[in-house]
Write a protein that binds this ligand. Structure first.
Ligand SMILES: NC(=O)CCC(=O)C(=O)O
Length: 293
């Protein structure tokens, strides 16, 4: 009897897998120490909601622009920003996805996300794999590769049994990358990101939902708030999408924090009901792609 009760209690505990995340849509300025102070303040405020994991946006310590990257860049993990992120994760006892910062390594620069444990340990480093080089006539032109080098590795980490993958902004356009994360068992994909007023309205939500539906996982996009005075205006609209493709939360343009409760059971439920991953005809894809070369 006791055993049966205990077993069902354990079963109940195992059944409920949840993760509360707080996504900080922070207004980034051109003063690095002010940006760092602001990040600490917003993370500390977010802690009141009791999240297990907090995330910052792309390029949160520097304005987003190639002319700024070399000036704001720091070594990882031995720079001022990493020290602040490590301390803040530890002081608040939470996992911290440190958005991204311009990283300096030797004579190269990268757009890099660091991930911190509640003990303040560095548990992940992701260098943006796909550089944002686009030229939309009458819209946005940007060429990260003028200054930055691309990373070559996927990055995952574990929070209470949930495997989390990292991409940075433009990485979201590459479904091959998400497929690799799915193969590695990822259930939540987080993109620190900074879309813009040209590509944001037509593509931001669409891409986040597409990746969530393709790979049947939670997807979060964490943007800076929009600064109307900045050269590059971020789109904002920090977003969380469920494995079913439903937009659970989406911010507007202003500074805010999105708090979301992720029911991780939904991942397995959706994957079981629509088993598209195991129904792929990879033998055909390989043959067709080789024969059409
Ligand atoms: N920071 C970025 O990578 C921006 C990506 C973007 O705006 C896009 O349309 O893609």
């Amino acid at each position: 009897m006791w055993f049966a009760r205990t077993k069902s209690f354990i079963g109940f505990v195992n059944l409920r897998r949840g993760l509360r995340v707080a996504l900080i849509q922070m207004l980034v300025g051109d003063d690095k120490s002010e940006n760092l102070k602001k990040a600490v303040k917003l993370i500390t405020e977010a802690k009141k909601e009791n999240p297990r994991l907090v995330a910052l946006p792309e390029c949160f310590n520097s304005p987003y622009g190639t002319k700024f990257f070399p000036k704001y860049a720091e070594p990882i993990p031995d720079g001022e920003t990493c020290n602040v992120l490590s301390e803040t994760a530890k002081n608040n006892n939470l996992y911290l996805v440190g958005g991204s910062i311009p990283e300096k390594c030797g004579d190269k620069f990268y757009n890099t996300c660091t991930v911190w444990s509640p003990e303040g340990k560095l548990i992940g480093v992701h260098r943006k794999m796909h550089l944002f080089d686009i030229d939309v006539k009458g819209g946005v032109r940007f060429c990260e590769s003028d200054v930055l080098s691309a990373g070559n590795k996927l990055t995952t980490f574990d929070v209470d049994g949930c495997k989390i993958g990292i991409g940075i902004c433009y990485d979201v356009r590459f479904s091959e990358m998400t497929k690799l994360y799915r193969k590695q068992g990822v259930e939540l994909l987080m993109y620190p990101a900074a879309f813009n007023p040209t590509t944001g309205p037509p593509h931001w939500e669409l891409l986040m939902r597409a990746r969530a539906v393709d790979e049947q996982m939670f997807v979060a996009g964490i943007s800076p708030a929009q600064d109307p005075a900045a050269d590059y205006k971020a789109y904002g609209h920090t977003i969380v999408v469920s494995p079913w493709g439903t937009v659970m939360h989406q911010a507007d343009y202003a500074e805010t924090t999105v708090v979301a409760d992720l029911d991780l059971n939904e991942v397995a439920n959706v994957r079981q009901q629509i088993p598209s991953f195991s129904q792929r005809r990879t033998e055909l894809y390989d043959t067709i792609s080789k024969s059409s070369l």
